[in-house]
Design a binder for this molecule. Sequence first.
Ligand code: 13P
Ligand code: SF4
Length: 360
Amino acid sequence: MNDSEKSPHCGLFLYIRRGDAQDCFTENFTTVLSDDKLGAIIRQMEKVIKSYGGKTEGIMSITEQIKQIKDDKNAIILAHYYVADEVQEVADYIGDSYYLSKVAKGTDADIIVFCGVSFMGESAAILNPGKKVLMPDAQADCAMAHMADLEKIAKMREKYEDLAVVCYINSTAEMKTYSDVCVTSANAVKIVKNLPNQNIYFIPDGNLGRYVAEQVPEKNIILNDGYCPIHAAMTRKSVLEAKKRHPKAKFLVHPECTKEVLAEADYIGSTSGIIEFATKDAGEEFIIGTETGVFHELKKRNPGKKFYTLTENQTCRDMKLVTLEKVLDVLKNETNQVTVTDKLRERALVPLNRMLELAK
Ligand code: 13P
Ligand code: SF4
């Protein structure tokens, strides 16, 4: 219902009679209620119902229940820009992988609900071991996180004495233990540039690795053949067709895309980089070469601007496994906790902490 359809004189009335006892609760209002005000009223009604031994489940909206349990348990919700719009809306912090790992490390909350894929929750649990990290969907994973060969890393180390293994954060905790430093798309160029090593083995993403190699030509960067299925499926042909459809639009793209697609870009950067560019730029139309979840923040920050996809198929299925119902469920029952063995944690913490240090 939109605002104009709402009656200007509304009210809530609750009357309870049980045995000899009776109680009533009324609330009248003449303006459209904010979500917070409505939530407060519903919570008051809920107290009355409970005092008579009634059940109140289903009265509060899922969002209201999430907010209440979050407060009761000192929990926070972190959400990546790729998760569904309504999940981003209940989050305390929304951002790219780099930002979210900094938040996870620094939080005082007892529980972190990580709305994203498994490498994100795993990194949070490694960076802040005292906290309970919960994943709304334990199956939500990143295909690319598994695309490196540990034997190949060992061979590279034998071949190059001064090798640095640079590991994109989209990787398993085990892969991180074989690495010297982690990076995200927001800080990879800066970190690789400043490493003392001449020879770099970049895992697992070959596309991000190639992009970094172009920005840091003074180093020998050896590429791996991992890729993100969603970004790698975006083609130059689809870019050219989108540009034909929207001739005034600038093309903003994530570095996980192929070389041919990046060659057509007006801007290349992480999810938050893309959002910031579109927000600051004077242009009014943009073609977006990354997962569709970013459209929520793009439109929120830029209501007057237009954003277009490249193709119909720009969705990360795993990110979309996270739903409001699952967020509520893990908050209530504290299930799907991320666990990492002490040995794995100690070793994977080194490259993650080094990233946070070098990216400053
Ligand atoms: P960002 O670090 O840019 O948010 O990207 C994460 C990711 O999974 C890209 O596919
Ligand atoms: Fe992984 Fe690609 Fe999904 Fe990002 S969009 S989480 S890289 S599969």
